[in-house]
Design a protein around this ligand. Structure first.
Ligand code: ATP
Ligand code: MG
Length: 551
């Protein structure tokens, strides 16, 4: 994988300063997903940032599963996350599970209790919420706040032993109920869940909260720069408090950057899971999903996603990025790499009445006209072909340069044809055209006799391979209407399935092979629906683009 330097950003500047000032020798970053869903393109931004930054400064990056909540996590997610990070092109140094540190975290909590910095609280969650105060009002101290160290040690140990029910007691930090930062008002550090954990089984029934666990995880692994999204900004004082009060040897620092949001989609595992569970889509890897696995199945490449992540950059604000920008990067990536070929998505039969019956000729065509190194291919041509229904109109408007009665067009890589007769069924639908061709006009022979204004694509009817095309529209219709749930904005027309034909040499296409279909766009062979005798193509992106990267 090529190692382009990360373009300058505020986090990179911090790293450079830390290295120059001798505060760190080797930077260590981590990507810390919670295994409660599949990764999405927002995570890709965080992955690229963490791995590419460490790469550039010869540092290390860990993949760490932040698996501190047994209720939501699953090994299926662990496996998919590993696969996706690898597929994006990154190799982690250490592979860790936060749950491997449960014993150490427990011991650190005991350190806090012994210092009088944590206490067991019996308030119900509702009472705790009421006493927390608001942005304008200070909170009230819990009546359990001044328990003795001995009592706290005893209760905490009994919490661990399973003597109490879920929600009956929690361990809280003793900080400041009047802090203007609500996060610092005696936050909960541990709660009770009698639940089986995917990694530790039934060993534990108390689980650490993110705000307690995360800084400890970072410190244990020797992470130097802990990068997270902006919503954790208010948690930073607590992060520092935990590192300091738990007397951790390593002192990681947290830095926040803006979350990636994209138009016409949702970007939270909770919502994506809802789309999967309620069958709006066909799994986490449905090609309409903004998940890494969905993008992969759609036909996106790791390079296109990495280039996109680089281009959007890292800043201290979260904006909404136009999904067209992601499309721009896949077009750019595939443009010179993939074969170009012809596919007829909505076929209309054409009989070339002056072409000898039973004859087939092979025409030569470039595989990629912008990349001659890819060589050429042979396309059969004979008396019957398919063209696109859209490329014929019986009564065309002005400036329609494709086929209509009496008009002549060029068949890409072949001949001029002229439409003479229109055959219809009993309902008046056009079912076949009768055309004649002009042998003088063969492509590549330098014919200059006359010009036509339209060039259309086609496939040879006898040898063409039937194919299914899955065309996609945005999954979510952007609509700011208040009080509307995202489910009400799911686009009912996000998937259209049609059946047409592709060139005969496509019979060897394999899942995940990518092509540009002339005049249509880029397509990927779908790995889930394609079988020995059925080819299914996902539309990755159409050719048209009005998008330019803002300067
Ligand atoms: P979600 O809300 O989708 O579940 P999360 O933040 O809870 O996301 P985690 O598994 O905790 O998901 O995230 C792992 C890492 O990815 C975190 O460091 C998080 O900040 C980062 N991340 C998650 N979503 C985005 C996003 N949209 N843009 C950038 N980084 C993100
Ligand atoms: Mg989360």
């Amino acid at each position: 994988m090529e190692n382009k330097p990360v373009s300058s950003n505020f986090i990179k500047n911090i790293v450079v300063e830390d290295i120059n000032a001798g505060r760190v020798d080797q930077i260590v970053t981590r990507f810390p997903p919670e295994p409660n869903g599949y990764l999405h393109i927002g995570h890709a931004k965080s992955i690229c940032l963490n791995f590419e930054l460490a790469d550039e400064f010869k540092g290390k990056t860990n993949l760490r599963f932040d698996d501190t909540n047994p209720l939501r996590e699953d090994v299926e997610y662990v496996e998919s996350i590993k696969e996706d990070v690898k597929w994006l092109g990154f190799e982690w140094d250490g592979l860790f599970f936060a749950s491997d540190y449960f014993e150490e975290m427990y011991n650190r909590a005991v350190v806090l209790i012994k210092k009088g910095k944590a206490y067991v609280c019996d308030l119900s969650p509702e009472e705790m919420r009421e006493m927390r105060g608001t942005l304008t009002e200070p909170g009230k101290e819990s009546p359990y706040r001044n328990r003795t160290v001995e009592e706290n040690l005893d209760l905490f140990e009994r919490m661990r032993k399973g003597e109490f029910k879920d929600g009956e007691r929690v361990l809280r930090a003793k900080i400041d109920m009047t802090s203007p930062n609500i996060t610092m008002r005696d936050p909960v550090l541990y709660r009770i869940f009698h639940a089986t954990h995917h990694n530790t089984g039934d060993k534990w029934c108390i689980y650490p909260m993110y705000d307690f666990a995360h800084p400890l995880e970072d410190a244990i692994e020797g992470v130097t720069h802990s990068l997270c999204t902006l919503e954790f900004e208010d948690h930073r004082p607590l992060y520092d408090w935990v590192i300091e009060e738990c007397e951790m040897e390593n002192q990681p620092k947290q830095y926040e950057f803006g979350r990636l949001n994209l138009t016409n989609t949702v970007m939270s595992k909770r919502k994506l899971k809802q789309l999967v569970d309620e069958k709006y889509v066909d799994g986490w890897d449905d090609p309409r999903m903004p998940t890494i696995s969905g993008l992969r199945r759609r036909g996106y490449t790791p390079e296109s996603i990495r280039n996109f992540a680089r281009e959007i950059g890292v800043s201290r604000s979260s904006g909404v990025v136009d999904a067209k920008m992601l499309e721009h990067f896949i077009r750019e990536d595939l443009k010179l790499k993939v074969p170009r070929t012809m596919g007829v998505l909505r076929p209309l039969k054409v009989v070339i009445t002056n072409y000898p019956e039973g004859e087939v000729e092979m025409l030569e065509a470039e595989i990629n006209s912008e990349n001659p190194e890819m060589g050429s291919r042979q396309i059969p041509f004979s008396r019957e072909i398919y063209i696109e229904q859209d490329d014929f109109m019986e009564n065309p408007p002005k400036k329609y340069f494709r086929l209509f009665p009496g008009n002549e067009v060029r068949l890409k890589n072949a001949y001029f044809i002229k439409c003479n007769d229109v055959i219809k069924d009993e309902n008046g639908n056009v079912i076949e055209l009768h055309c004649t061709y002009d042998p003088e006009t063969k492509s590549g022979t330098g014919f200059t006799g006359r010009k036509v204004k339209g060039t259309i694509h086609w496939v040879d009817a006898r040898s063409a391979v039937p194919a299914e095309f899955r065309l996609y529209n945005p999954l979510i219709l952007d609509d700011e209407e208040e009080g509307k749930s995202f489910l009400e904005n799911v686009n009912p027309d996000s998937l259209e399935i049609i059946h047409g034909f592709v060139e005969p040499n496509m019979k060897d296409a394999r899942p995940q092979d990518k092509f540009q279909f002339f005049r249509h766009g880029y397509f990927n062979v779908d790995p889930k629906h394609t079988t020995e005798d059925k080819l299914v193509f996902n539309l990755i992106v159409s050719l048209k683009s009005s998008f330019e990267i803002p300067k």
